[in-house]
Write a protein that binds this ligand. Sequence first.
Ligand SMILES: [Zn+2]
Length: 255
Amino acid sequence: MNLQCRVDLASKYKSGSQIARVLSEEWCKRELYCPACDSDRLTGSKPNQPAVDFSCVKCEQPFQLKSLRNWNPKKIVDAGYEAMLRAIRADRTPNLLVLQYSSGWLVQNLVLIPRMFFSESVVEKRKPLAPEARRAGWVGCNILLSEIAADGKITMISAGVPVLKNQVREEFSRVKRLAELPPSLRGWTLDVLRAIRRLGKSDFSLEELYGFESELKSLHPQNQNVRPKIRQQLQVLRDLCLISFLSPGNYRVRT
Ligand SMILES: [Zn+2]
């Protein structure tokens, strides 16, 4: 994988954001493979898919690219808040590629967030734009990367070193069955998965997970029965082969 973007393409453009978009999109089309299947190429999207920058010719997975010079591992600015919530509820969010480039236009870091990991819990509403702004009153959103379970942040390039293609595809394959859940149920599953991951160990107990009860309740204020919901989601995660049941009240993360 050649990590260098084509700097010569920048001469046609003036704005920094336009240059970043053109150079990083050209790099993805030239060097990037599909993490969801064995296709070694992604192509540009069709004009009628505004939030999609690339798709796989073989499995048709959609991808959106965000390229940045500076990396904030906690959050990333995204599009309109209401549009994002609508996309999540309709299960239309594309996979997100977050690309960080160096001052010399080398790709430094690339993280893939599979589309199934976008839930309402990870969308933060921003302040409306000021009255003097061109789009006064418009409300954007941030994607809270820190609220996404580690399973949903797949490293493709780390500190200038590409991760093996097979490893990336295995990690995607491990979580792809989350797409089988309707988005109205998936939010709970993802929140419980993140709680499990925050325990920071492979074996865990129901008691430990109950420690997140008040936090989960604040994410889902309409739900009065958080403990039964946690137990139900553990069964869902088991059926998706993401955890296994060891003994009553004891579980293990599957890798
Ligand atoms: Zn594919």
